[in-house]
Design a protein around this ligand. Structure first.
Ligand SMILES: [Zn+2]
Length: 880
């Protein structure tokens, strides 16, 4: 559908469906030139519907209608209306069967929604509204039905035919064709429908559930990827066990399948019993995947598996409730990753993403509540706010209730709503009912957009031994929302005495057994807290574990930050103090003269981190990462990106020069010994090794240059090989860079996921990612406009990570992005709309940049036939 004035859809307009579907019988005839879809729906009027005489309206998109029959009789052309995006049958009985035959062309489907072809196989993506590209259907999540699916195709070209549920029938057909029939006993919304047909190899495993049922686990991949399934399979089994132990949730079908697909708009999809994954989010081997990829795969496999309960058994009533399944499931997968690795490191990673990208979204023109009130195109709402902030909201409920009452609440939620399509409010209600806590004010987290700011001030009354803390909350205006009400915020804190010892937090004089950490609950605009029995002015450790998704403003001195960096018992806040110090040092150098001094205590603090092997090395590895340019921009008004970039580079080089010998020792100490393993310790070791190497190459250290070349050619794993490649690419050694890039490509050119990493390393680098080099990458034979991963790895990475080049003062980076967005808009609007994001933040930047970014947005706006997806993002950005 192309339209110039897309309609806005409002939550307040929600009505129950006029018709319900009990069963869906599908027959797919798959051919090279297209597919014929026979769909028989058993329908009945919804007794709860508000308009009892309403005609039957089914959604459709890009379908060719061949026939419509009601209770077996073909309908005359005047009995129905084919409106393109809707099939309307004017007069229907209270209960009936409707058979619709449509013709579709999966081979020409470049939007990758509905049924399409990827690397020669048929596959589907139906969330959010892809099923309507397959057949006419009431395409909304609150219509749940039992599906039976028969797939027919050439046996030779498509030996594997898969759909949801259990495989109940199979056989041969004429002309070298065969069929398989699948039946899913659980009612589900059509967005969870899936189909796969291809020439795939099967990897099998088994899992025994807590009640002793044997589950058949299968992965389907292209033959060349047969050796890259073990990690995902192990992750799946760990997820299944964890969900039983922590949430009491057992798997329900006899078979669980995962399929890897190269061309995929999203990361992965939780279709009932048949999860479909972007290849890059599931395939891994020591030789081709980095530690980061191993961790990401484990998390995504877990996420999709957990959806079987939080999403499939209990689903969303409408798409405004998307965070019901996503926020809760991201929270669950983050708990899982935390249990599998280091909780502190996992928290640091989650918060880094949240503060860098979600806070930016929440402060920009696309800001929306966790439960939005309106949208034009639902695909644009698969956002960091729905996912990551949504998970933080669930996490706060967990903090407020404690683990036991939270579990009671989740049990009640699953029990009460199993088989239903519900709202975020139903979720909160279950938590309230199980715990007896009033979450009335807490619900504002779902309704109000914007990141709350907590302004904290303190004073110390030495005579009375009282330390006073005042906290004021303020929620900034966001598009369509102003004058917001105070929210219910769990605020965890501790106080440290002069020797670094944690002080007991007495809220009343003489309180016995006071804890050293408390979660204060903020509900009013201003709160004053008094802590008694304090002998000297303490250093506050605020918002421990990042107990709420808020900004904290407190006038920390550099002494206090250095003190917290080495003494805070909360690892997260120790890291955070280091980040705040580095941010303060870097931002004070933006626009400063060349000879301005760099805080010497920063060097001392980093020296201690690098040199003390007694410290938690996983935490040290995180603490050594300087705040990213994106985060520094997020914290700036009128950002001048090239100046921020320079200031950050200056600090990095200064640290590397001052700590050269310590870095070299750190490198040697962390050199690999023994087999490659993916444990938190080994990951930390490789991270330290590669950080040391990249810093040393920034100062053109000849010894490090030789070490990098050696590491590049001798590494037995992708983390170290790519670490060396990245260090060489970002160095000033042009010859080494080109040689390494050529050797890397030569070796891995037949592996699309590794080639994507090869593209990314270049697109993210100032040395290898100039605009002319980016254009050359787009012309590279391995680049493919039809493959979203390739587009993201060049265009997305350039605009999102190579910030100094993207924000070139001449505006060429912006023009480039506008051009690529327009180019993609016709073929894949979902991906095009996502690529626009960096331009939407134009108000963050210095006036000269703003004007150029706005001009690029206007250029996109003026493209004829703009998709609804891109239209919404561009118009909201310009309107704000
Ligand atoms: Zn999800």
């Amino acid at each position: 559908m192309r339209t110039n004035q897309p309609q806005t859809i409002y939550l307040s307009d929600y009505r129950v469906p006029a018709y319900l579907v009990d069963t869906v019988d599908l027959r797919f005839e798959l051919f090279e030139e297209g597919a014929r879809v026979h769909s028989t729906l058993s329908l009945r009027r919804n007794p709860a519907a508000t308009e009892p005489g309403a005609p039957l309206e089914l959604d459709g998109d890009s379908l060719r209608l061949e026939s419509v029959a009601l209770d077996g009789n073909n309908l005359a052309p005047d009995a129905y209306e084919d409106r393109g995006d809707q099939l309307v049958v004017h007069s229907v009985p209270g209960q009936f069967e409707l058979t619709v035959v449509t013709w579709i062309e999966p081979q020409n489907n470049t939007r990758l929604e509905g049924l399409y072809k990827s690397s020669g196989m048929f596959c589907t993506q139906c969330e959010a509204e892809g099923f309507r590209c397959i057949t006419y259907f009431p395409d909304r999540p609150d219509v749940m039905a039992r599906f039976r699916t028969r797939i027919e195709a050439s046996r030779q070209a498509y030996p594997v035919l898969l759909s949801n549920g259990n495989d109940v029938d199979r056989g041969e057909l004429d002309g070298g064709r065969h069929f398989v029939t699948w039946e899913d006993p659980f009612p589900k919304p059509c967005y969870l429908f899936a189909l796969v047909a291809g020439d795939l190899v099967e990897k099998r495993d088994r899992f025994t559930t807590m009640s002793g049922r044997d589950i058949d686990l299968r992965m389907y991949v292209e033959p060349r990827n047969a050796e890259k399934c073990d990690h995902a399979m192990d992750s799946l089994k760990r997820s299944m066990r964890w969900d039983e132990e922590v949430y009491g949730r057992e798997y329900d079908l006899d078979i669980f399948m995962i399929v890897a697909v190269d061309d995929f708009n999203m990361g992965a999809m939780e279709n009932k019993g048949l999860n479909i994954f972007n290849s890059s989010c599931v395939l891994a081997s020591q030789d081709t995947a980095t530690d980061l990829a191993f961790q990401r795969i484990e998390a995504i496999v877990a996420h999709e598996y957990f959806h079987n309960w939080s999403g499939n058994r209990v689903t969303c009533r409408d798409w405004f409730q998307l965070s019901l399944k996503e926020g809760f499931t991201v929270f669950r997968d983050s708990q899982f990753s935390s249990d599998m690795g280091s909780p502190t490191v996992k928290r640091i990673e989650d918060v880094t993403l949240l503060r860098t990208a979600q806070f930016a979204e929440d402060g920009g023109p696309m800001a929306h509540p966790v439960r939005p009130a309106s949208y034009m195109e639902i695909s644009n709402f698969y956002t960091l706010t729905i996912y990551e902030k949504g998970a933080e909201v669930v996490r706060m409920i967990h903090t407020l209730l404690g683990p036991d009452l939270f579990r009671k609440g989740s049990d009640l939620y699953f029990e009460r709503h199993d088989g239903q399509a519900v709202t975020t409010d139903d979720f909160v209600k279950a938590m309230e009912d199980a715990s007896g806590r009033d979450l009335g004010q807490f619900r504002l987290w779902y309704e109000q957009a914007g990141t709350p700011v907590l302004t904290v001030s303190d004073d110390f009354d030495e005579a009375r031994g009282v330390y006073r803390l005042s906290v004021e909350q303020c929620i900034p205006d966001t598009p369509g929302q102003s004058r917001k009400k105070p929210q219910h915020i769990p605020f965890a804190l501790g106080l440290l005495g002069g020797d670094g010892e944690p002080l007991p937090l007495l809220l009343a004089a003489g309180e016995k057994n006071a804890p050293v950490e408390r979660v204060l609950e903020l509900t009013d605009e201003v709160h004053h807290f008094e802590f008694h029995g304090v002998r000297e002015k303490p250093v506050p450790s605020l918002l421990r574990h990042f107990s709420a998704p808020v900004r904290v403003e407190y006038p920390w001195s550099r002494e206090q930050l250095l003190f917290l960096m080495s003494h805070d018992p909360d690892g997260f806040n120790r890291w955070d103090a280091g980040q705040r110090l580095a941010v303060d040092v870097i931002l004070s150098l933006v626009g400063a003269p060349e000879n301005a001094t760099i805080e010497p205590r920063l060097v001392t603090a980093y020296r201690q981190l690098i040199s003390d092997p007694e410290l938690d090395q996983a935490l040290v590895a995180k603490m050594l990462q300087l705040p990213s340019e994106a985060y520094l921009i997020e914290l700036s008004e009128d950002a001048d990106v090239p100046a921020i970039h320079q200031a950050r580079e200056r600090v990095l080089r200064h640290l590397a020069l001052s700590l050269r010998d310590e870095l070299m020792a750190c490198y040697q100490r962390n050199l690999s010994s023994g087999d490659y393993v993916v444990t938190p310790e080994a990951i930390a070791r490789r991270s330290l090794l590669n950080t040391a190497l990249s810093w040393l190459l920034m100062i053109n250290d000849e010894e490090a240059r030789a070490l990098a070349a050696r590491q590049f050619s001798e590494a037995d794993n992708m983390t170290d090989r790519l670490g060396a490649l990245r260090a060489l690419v970002n160095s000033d050694y042009d010859g080494d860079r080109n040689q390494a890039l050529a050797a890397f490509y030569q070796r891995f050119q037949n592996d699309p996921q590794v080639v994507e990493q090869w593209f990314s390393v270049q697109a993210a680098s100032q040395q290898a990612g100039s605009l002319s080099q980016i254009h050359a990458l787009l012309r590279h034979p391995a680049f493919d406009w039809k493959n979203p991963n390739k587009v993201r790895s060049v265009v997305g990475v350039f605009a999102g990570q190579n910030l100094a080049a993207f924000h070139d003062p001449d505006g060429s980076g912006y023009e480039f992005l506008a051009e690529q967005v327009c180019r993609l808009d016709d073929s894949n609007p979902q991906i095009a709309a996502r690529l626009v994001t960096p331009l939407t933040r134009w108000k963050k930047f210095a006036p000269a940049y703003r004007a150029l970014m706005k001009a690029a947005l206007e250029r996109i706006r003026d493209k004829p036939g703009l998709s609804r997806d891109v239209y919404e993002v561009v118009h909201k950005s310009l309107a704000d």
